[in-house]
Write a protein that binds this ligand. Structure first.
Ligand code: NI
Length: 298
């Protein structure tokens, strides 16, 4: 079934290009496609909630991107479209205010195709961010180590891709910590970013970490469209400066699409950076919370 809501950002007109980004995440849909965590019955979609329009902050010079729904994966059973949530980046790095930066992100790995993806990225001198699943890292630490050595960033995508909103605070902390330990053991680094499975988070999840929760501005829905040309087309068409594009490197069709994505966006002048690089070489200060106002800085 085709995605209902679509995930194309709408940008408030008259705003400065390199300003902060708001991702208003309304509903969470669809299936993760990991084959591990996703429940087939979970692909029933929830009604798409309205995208949040956050007020322009400060001088009004920010460019806001309101994103309608678009799950990074399957709607967990029993999960309904929650309150609209918004994410705002505090600001981009100096380099990315001058250059045309974009962050490619790859979830749910590492997997058997991650090594190939790393070669594609190296061929184009591109950096990316991998939101890894802890148990996959423990099972095969090599790709994470190689990714870090190549200058990529590693984010925490939970231990086993459970919907964190169904867990207690203690369970969430334990889950994230277990994943951190696996990444540390594999590559000697601790993730500075968290991306909750399915993009699903609530106040309980948010309180369990001081790290930024990083969602995305473009969902390629690559778990749904197992078609390299379609995935590449969607990524290229939806790209915008300062954007964060969601892929899953567990799908061979996605990895096969990446050279085309890199070539096309390079030709348009994009520089491929990690999420932290996008926001200044440090953990990005994302702001997130419900409408109507950009909420709490973490
Ligand atoms: Ni995921």
């Amino acid at each position: 079934m085709k995605s209902k809501g679509g995930s194309r950002p709408t940008v408030r007109p008259g705003t400065r290009r390199w300003a902060a980004t708001l991702l208003a995440v309304a509903a969470l849909t669809a299936a993760c496609g990991t084959g591990r965590a996703a429940d087939p019955a979970a692909s029933r979609s929830a009604p798409a909630a309205e995208a949040v329009r956050a007020p322009a902050a400060g001088s009004g010079s920010q460019a806001w991107h309101a994103v309608r729904a678009g799950g990074e994966s399957g709607m967990p059973p029993g999960m309904s479209s929650g309150p609209a949530l918004s994410v705002r980046a505090a600001g981009q790095s100096a380099g990315c205010r001058r250059a045309k930066c974009i962050a490619l992100t790859f979830d749910d790995g590492p997997g058997r195709y991650t090594g190939t993806l790393l070669r594609h990225l190296a061929d184009h001198r591109a950096h990316a961010t991998f939101f890894v699943v802890g148990r996959n890292v423990a099972a095969d630490p090599g790709p994470v180590r190689q990714a870090v050595e190549a200058g990529h960033e590693i984010g925490n995508h939970s231990w086993s891709h459970r919907n964190l909103t169904t867990l207690s605070g203690a369970e969430i902390r334990s889950d994230l910590a277990r994943t951190d330990r696996a990444v540390k053991a594999a590559a000697g680094v601790t993730p500075k970013l968290v991306r909750p499975p399915y993009g699903a988070f609530n106040e309980t999840v948010r309180r369990q970490t001081t790290r930024p929760v990083v969602l995305w501005s473009v969902d390629t829905e690559d778990w749904r469209y197992r078609d390299s040309a379609a995935v590449a087309r969607k990524a290229v068409k939806s790209a915008s400066p300062g954007g964060i594009i969601l892929f899953h490197d567990i799908h061979p069709t996605t990895v096969k699409a990446i050279p085309k994505v890199l070539e096309s966006l390079s030709a348009r002048g994009y520089k491929f950076v990690t999420v932290s690089e996008l926001y200044g070489g440090k953990a990005p200060k994302l702001v997130y919370g419900g409408s109507p106002r950009p909420a709490v800085a973490l």
